[in-house]
Design a protein around this ligand. Structure first.
Ligand code: PMP
Ligand code: GLN
Length: 379
């Protein structure tokens, strides 16, 4: 068989979670909470299925949910979005990203990705016949280097894929970054895929910058969101994609033949929960910031160098003062021998520059974070 994805194996998340289970290690590798979603949301799901919301939803998603999402975008970002023509509910942001790329990228098109970047981007581009052009994020805090990005644009560039707050580094775009992105996209007529799944997980007073808030970006962007992050239900695999009507129409053409629809009772449950508790997503920043601080403070006596994460539920630890073992070896070694599993970030880059970082997920109970930190302090 001639493989279409020769460079791809099983994802690092699947491998590290399996390895953590095998060695009984504390699993701070794959990103998911170890605590339950709000009770009201879980009850809403039970109710939705008992009350008969069990057949196909409309292809674009339940109208009641899309209306709640439009209301949320008004509330949190101050933007007005048409729920019928601009919002598509998807079975996870991964599917939304894939469908948007498939709908717009043609064979031979180039797509700029910023390394390190989320692992699903490049395979999506490749399956569309496109070519991923990797531009590393800057050395100082993993922010975008706009000159390098500009230098990577060619007449074949079709799209740029960005992600803020950023997995795996926890860096965030500033308004100045958004201005640069907008100027670049307008100048070269680029589409933008903006992965904003961690929009509510942002710390120290930073404000999330969405492509929906920059008029020039809004007209040429897909913004991707995930309920898995916002409601602590990664296993519900549901999210949504916002794009202007013409882009939404193209993206839906693909979505209707990849998944057709997202899961109905989950959509109903989230619509009901948001109607009852519209302010819930805005409670997440302080909740997760407290977890980040707990983990950070508990590592004060360790030998890691740490810059507190600016967003997401991931914290990078710089282990350069401890060893020069490559990160992909070290994370396996520590899962086996030390008992804490993490993710090596070099996996997310074409040409890894910095290999001395491991990513730890802090969406965990305080006891688990303290236990992990105690172990890490002994290294
Ligand atoms: N993008 C990023 C940056 C992520 O970390 C994740 C993680 N799950 C996703 C997309 C995919 O989200 P979903 O589970 O909704 O497909
Ligand atoms: N987004 C999650 C992470 O970064 C993992 C999702 C997955 O396992 N595909 O850890």
């Amino acid at each position: 068989l001639q493989t279409k994805l020769p460079k791809v194996g099983t994802t690092i998340f699947t491998r590290m979670s399996a390895m953590a289970a095998e060695h009984n290690a504390i699993n701070l590798s794959q990103g998911f909470p170890d605590f339950e979603a709000p009770l009201g949301l879980r009850e809403a799901l039970a109710r939705a299925t008992m009350e008969g919301h069990n057949q196909y939803a409309p292809m674009a998603g339940l109208p009641a949910l899309r209306e709640q999402l439009a209301h949320q975008l008004q509330l949190t970002r101050g933007v007005s979005v048409n729920p019928d023509t601009e919002i598509t509910v998807v079975p996870g942001a991964t599917e939304g990203i894939y469908c948007a790329v498939m709908a717009c990228v043609k064979p031979g098109d180039e797509v700029i990705v910023l390394d390190p970047c989320y692992d699903s981007y490049e395979p999506s581009i490749e399956l569309a016949g496109g070519v991923a052009i990797h531009v590393p994020l800057g050395n100082d805090g993993f922010s975008p280097d706009w000159q390098k990005i500009r230098d990577a644009v060619t007449p074949r560039t079709r799209m740029i894929m960005v992600n803020t707050p950023h997995n795996p580094t926890g860096s965030t775009f500033t308004p100045a970054d958004m201005d640069e992105l907008q100027a670049l996209a307008e100048e070269h007529d680029l589409l933008v895929s903006s992965d904003e799944v961690y929009e509510h997980l942002i710390y120290d007073g930073r404000q999330h910058c969405s492509v929906l808030q920059w008029e020039g970006l809004r007209q040429r962007s897909f913004a991707h969101y995930s309920f898995g992050k916002t409601f602590s239900v990664t296993g519900w695999k549901t999210g949504y994609c916002v794009a202007p009507p013409a882009l939404t129409a193209e993206m839906r053409k693909v979505h209707q033949f990849v998944a057709f629809v997202a899961v109905t009772p989950v959509q109903q449950a989230i619509a009901d929960f948001l109607a009852a508790e519209p302010g819930y997503p805005q409670t997440l920043a302080s909740f997760y910031q407290a977890k980040r601080d707990l983990f950070y403070n508990a590592l004060a006596d360790s030998r890691f160098k740490i810059t507190p994460s600016g967003g997401t539920y991931f914290q990078l630890l710089d282990y350069s003062a401890i060893t020069d073992t490559p990160d992909y070896e070290l994370c396996e070694q520590w899962t086996r021998d030390v008992g804490v599993a993490s993710i090596p970030i070099s996996i997310f880059s074409e040409q890894p520059q910095a290999q001395h970082y491991l990513r730890f997920c802090f969406a965990k109970s305080d006891e688990v974070l303290l236990q992990a930190a105690e172990i890490l302090c002994k290294i």
